[in-house]
Write a protein that binds this ligand. Structure first.
Ligand code: EPU
Length: 340
């Protein structure tokens, strides 16, 4: 277990941004992690998992710890559900495939989301009508200040739309070590009502889908719209979909009659940020080595060799433009790492 110096972080972020870490270590067990924390108390640290929700903008002067712990264990088995304990360093989609192979339901709608299991609760990953919180049981996390391990129950995590306590009050205070998820054994409660899932199933003449069918349909939809980070650097949705009051939405509708929306509550609606960005003329726009994806305007891309600051400035330009045209502030979903 040796700390390396001046290591490129390009392979460790799905945007493929080439910055250096002054110090770098990959840990593959909790005891290794504890050892590194105890022996490097005075040094600033940045913990990375799958690197799928970060944008690096400059070299990292401190110690980057890459969490590479592996393991999936059955923790308990009930009549209708199991609780599975998954190490933070497991790749999310590999875990989804493992669940499908064992016929455990609940994660099929979350197929092909990039990133690792340990970072999934931080932003409460979600897609096609399901969020991590729907299957989350608890997680174990280490307190960076004391080295103590604490269990967080679902009720303690403050989950919201792409939000949790780990992104807010406890930001940079804990490292998630294991995530415990409750999956169904049968009666999977398949959810196919989001957008195009049912169309995709119909196309393949599937009327009574299994969790494996739903996963396959979602993989097809995602691969047709979202760029594969192995081929084109990206971090999925760069912005959150804004939530506005129904009154604000009514006013917007007067000027933009085709604006789509989804009801969030009897007072609030969500507007697809991808629609706003497309309407503002950014969809498919390329600025040399970076730009806006041509099939989904919510995704910013690195075609190769882009600097983090180029992408950051494009994001700010998009935010300014959307504010001017629609009077809506777009919040970032991706975590911009300025320095540590
Ligand atoms: N739209 C456009 N133009 C675009 C993109 C979208 O007009 O370029 C409009 C269309 O009206 C479309 C609607 O937006 O019907 C919704 O688009 P989509 O189904 O692609 O979903 P989204 O709201 O843009 C969200 C998540 C995605 C998730 C999908 C599917 C956020 C910020 N993003 O995108 O999550 O995969 O729903 O559930 O909530 C991610 O977080 O990285 C991510 C990819």
């Amino acid at each position: 277990m040796i700390i390396q110096e001046n290591i490129s972080l390009k392979p460790y972020n799905t945007f493929g941004i080439d910055v250096n870490a002054k110090y770098f270590i990959s840990v593959s067990s909790i005891s290794e992690l504890q050892h590194v924390l105890v022996n490097n108390k005075g040094i600033k640290k940045l913990i990375i998992g799958g690197g799928s929700n970060i944008l690096f903008t400059e070299d990292i002067e401190g110690l980057v710890i890459h969490l590479n712990t592996k393991g999936i264990k059955l923790r308990s088995t009930g009549d209708t559900t199991v609780v599975v304990s998954v190490a933070a360093g497991e790749n999310w989609h590999d875990f989804v495939l493992w669940s499908l192979k064992n016929d455990f339901g609940g994660v099929e709608n979350l197929s092909l989301i990039p990133g690792n299991v340990g970072t999934a609760p931080i932003q409460n990953i979600g897609a096609y009508g399901v969020e991590l919180k729907d299957i989350f049981d608890s997680c174990e996390a280490i307190d960076l200040a004391t080295g103590n391990i604490k269990t967080f129950l679902k009720s303690e995590c403050d989950f919201g739309y792409r939000e949790s306590i780990f992104k807010n009050k406890l930001k940079n205070k804990y490292i998630i070590l294991n995530v415990n998820l409750r999956l169904s054994i049968d009666n999977h409660g398949i959810k196919t009502n989001y957008g195009t899932i049912s169309n995709e199933l119909q196309k393949n003449n599937i009327t009574n889908p299994t969790i494996q069918d739903v996963s396959e349909a979602i993989i097809n939809i995602r691969t047709s719209k979202l760029p594969d980070p192995k081929l084109i650097g990206n971090s999925g949705s760069f912005f959150k979909n804004p939530v506005v009051s129904k009154e604000t939405f009514k006013l917007l509708k007067l000027n933009f009659s085709d604006i789509p929306s989804y009801e969030v509550s009897n007072k609030l609606v969500k507007i697809p940020a991808g629609w706003l960005i497309e309407k503002a003329g950014f969809k498919g726009k390329r600025f040399g080595s970076y730009g806006v994806h041509r099939k989904q305007a919510l995704v910013l891309v690195n075609y190769g060799g882009a600097k983090g600051n180029d992408i950051k400035n494009l994001a700010y330009l998009i935010q300014d433009t959307i504010l001017k045209i629609f009077r809506i502030s777009l919040e970032l979903e991706v975590n911009i790492i300025e320095t540590i």
